[in-house]
Write a protein of this length. Sequence first.
Length: 151
Amino acid sequence: MSIDQGLVGRELPPTAPYDVSRSAIASFAAAIGADDPVHHDVGAARTAGYDDVVAPLTYPIVVAFAAMNVLLADPEVAVELHNVVHAEQRFEVVRPVRAGDVLTARLRVESLRSTAGTDLIATSSRITTVAGEDVCTAHATLVHRRPGADG
């Protein structure tokens, strides 16, 4: 059974605040092979014009992922996680994430397309500081293979 089209336009409440630490930025940067010193060295970040270390531009996925998990756990969405593949991700960056930021994400289901045995779910997650400053919008497309689908 396809996911209900009524899901399109649905917006979730903001995620719990996420405190961005220097160590979290350094760990993320190391995990993705981002070796620019601005990700782990305060002096290098300040020399580059930042107040503190800055995260790689894909770091907001950490916050967006929390919002995505809320959506996928919703019984009304009715997806089986073992049948979900993350197909696409892109970011519209307003400014870099900095150590000391406290961020939330607000996910919106932008579109839903059902084809033979699969559902394509497109979402956007607006990442802001708790003060309301825009940081980035993360766009994702998920592919859900429905149970019993051939292939």
